[in-house]
Write a protein that binds this ligand. Structure first.
Ligand code: FNR
Length: 392
């Protein structure tokens, strides 16, 4: 509400309140490579377009004369804990290519805004430094899962994350190799193969990776950054997927909730339930992995119907406004991850920029629910009864 009041005081804000402008302004600001990376989708971009189009098929039906004395309660419960807001910062790699402060700025902003921060294994800042920047915030660790021959590195990453206060593990299943991304290919750009350490921060700071590198090549990482970057990239993107039977390994080595990110089918959601994980993220990586894939919002209701009462369903891919969060929550998600919008905020204004994006999305959500006569983000108020399907 304070964000809204400020927006009406006729002072020009540093960052726009028009969410679509963040993308346009960020475009102006970034290098061709960073632009290609953040805007880059798989193939023709069809999945990314479908992600957005799916939101327009559902419309909110407002109720009138709903007499309330307080603004909607946005709190939600996931992984056994109550959170003030139904939003988390999605894991995004190599954030220092968007702003020199990178993950330190975004983790600090998330901590400040009471929004959980999900840290990527492809981060350009070490696990320990992100934890410090995040302070008392809720933080979760996203794993890009090295192949089984590198289980000792996986164990090292998990124990570092645990020690640094990351309370849940998000395992990304859709990216054992980066997608077919023409924009990066045109730029001849792989953000992980940069010679300036940016792409390899976590591996670079990992004692097990360091000692294995030295053993194999007879030199320190610092003596051949390019080879080290290539090796780290191959380690976290091994090229081939694990199998469902390998989840037990993570359950053995991670003491806390596990959430599988990248689920798009009912069958996979049911397998997740059978294995006893605590949550799934219905996500197609923002349309960056499989071109021609289903829209993430499109598959959400079916997945919620199948497993929503057995584990926590998170959602991402295409969230750009408060109403989008409302729709995903009404369809049964318990929390939404925001990807590209916060990256635009980071590129445009560092920590302040990320804060601005989070506050704007939440302020927009609060007022949208309030004006639609929806008293809270709890499923007892925010559910499918408030939506109508409109096909155009
Ligand atoms: C991502 N995403 C991602 N996911 C993940 O699990 N680990 C990662 O390192 C990254 N890196 C990454 C970089 C960039 C530049 C983008 C845009 C995305 C995917 C991310 O977590 C999320 O699933 C999508 O961004 C959600 O879609 P929207 O919100 O961007 O539409």
């Amino acid at each position: 509400n304070s964000v809204y009041q400020r927006g009406l005081q006729f002072e020009r804000p540093t960052l726009s309140f028009q969410t679509a402008k963040w993308e346009a302004d960020a475009l102006d600001r970034m290098s061709a490579e960073s632009k290609g990376y953040v805007f880059g989708n798989a193939g023709t971009g069809e999945t990314a377009r479908k992600n957005r189009d799916a939101f327009a098929r559902w419309s909110i039906v407002p109720s009138r004369l709903v007499k309330t004395s307080a603004l909607p309660d946005l709190s939600t419960e996931v992984l056994g804990e109550k959170h003030a807001f139904p939003v988390a910062v999605a894991p995004v790699g190599v954030q220092r290519i968007f702003n020199p402060e990178g993950e330190v700025a975004s983790a600090a902003a998330a901590g400040r805004e009471s929004v959980p921060y999900i840290m990527s294994t492809a981060s350009s800042t070490s696990i320990e430094d992100v934890a410090e920047a995040n302070g008392d915030g809720v933080r979760w660790y996203q794993l890009y899962w090295p192949a089984n021959e590198h289980n000792d590195i996986t164990i090292s990453l998990l124990s570092r994350a645990k020690k640094a206060g990351f309370s849940a593990l998000f395992v990304t299943l859709d990216t054992y190799i980066l997608g077919w991304r023409p924009s990066d290919m045109d730029n001849g750009y792989n953000p992980f193969l940069r010679s300036d350490k940016i792409g390899v921060a976590i591996g670079f700071s990992d004692p097990v990776f360091r000692s294995q590198f030295k053993e194999k090549h007879g030199i320190e990482i610092e003596e051949d950054m390019h080879t080290a970057a290539a090796e780290w990239t191959r380690t976290i993107f091994p090229g081939f997927s694990h199998g469902w039977e390998d989840i037990a390994f993570l359950q053995k080595h991670w003491d806390g909730p596990i959430v599988l990110k990248g689920i798009q089918s009912v069958t996979d959601a049911q397998k997740a339930v059978e294995l006893g994980v605590q949550g799934i993220v219905v996500s197609n990586h923002g349309g960056r992995q499989v071109d021609g894939g289903v829209s993430s919002l499109g598959v959400l209701p079916r997945i919620v119907d199948a497993v929503g009462d057995k584990l926590d369903v998170f959602f991402d891919s295409g969230i750009r406004a408060g109403a989008d969060i409302a729709k995903a929550m009404a369809l049964g998600a318990r929390m939404c991850l925001v990807g590209r919008p916060f990256v635009y905020g980071l590129a445009l204004g560092g920590e302040e920029g990320v804060s601005h994006v989070l506050k704007t999305l939440l302020g927009d959500l609060e007022l949208t629910l309030h004006l639609a006569g929806i008293e809270s983000a709890n499923p007892k108020h925010l559910n499918r009864a408030i939506l109508e399907r409109e096909d155009h």
